[in-house]
Each structure stands twice: as C-alpha cells, then as structure tokens.
Design a protein. Sequence first.
Length: 106
Amino acid sequence: MLYALKRVKKVSKKFYEKYGVSALLVLLALSVVAPFVALSQATATKGAYLTVNPTTFAPGTAVLVSSSSGAFTGQAVNIYLSSSPLEAISSSDVLLASNVPLSNGG
C-alpha cells in the first residue's frame, strides 16, 4: 500500500512537471484572449444616432451613452471622443473605451 502511494505521488509529480506548466500557460493565454474574441464588433445602421449624458464631463465622470433603437448590429462598440461630426474615425480622435458590450439589443 505504501509503495502504491509513493508510485502515485511520483507519477502525479511527473505529470505536473510535464503538462502542468503548459496547462497553466494555456489557461493564462485563454483568460487574456477570450474577452477580446468573445464580443463581435458592432456596425452602425444608417440614420443611427447617439446621445451622451452629461454633455460636459471631466475625467472620472460616469457617462451614459444611449442610441436610437436598432442603431447597431453586433455585440460591442468602441467609443471615441471626437470634435468632428463625420462618421469616419480620424487619427485625432481619442479612444475612450473599447469592446463596450451593447445591452437591450443596441
């Protein structure tokens, strides 16, 4: 019985040494990558609009961004700060938040 316990301990130690570190690295990689892969980027529909409240805010202020019904298809959006009313994102725009999940269907 004692020999069997020593044998099991030795086998489990070898298994951990051989596969344990690899398994931990895979889990770590999945935990880093999964949040970015899980959500698909949203696409705005024609005529969509957003409302930001409050309209004036400082760093650390909570901001509510709401959209017109059915404005986006997808699961997440990136939010940029821009002084331009154009649809295109320019190099001067500032990324405020990325992969923000949409709720209530957009």
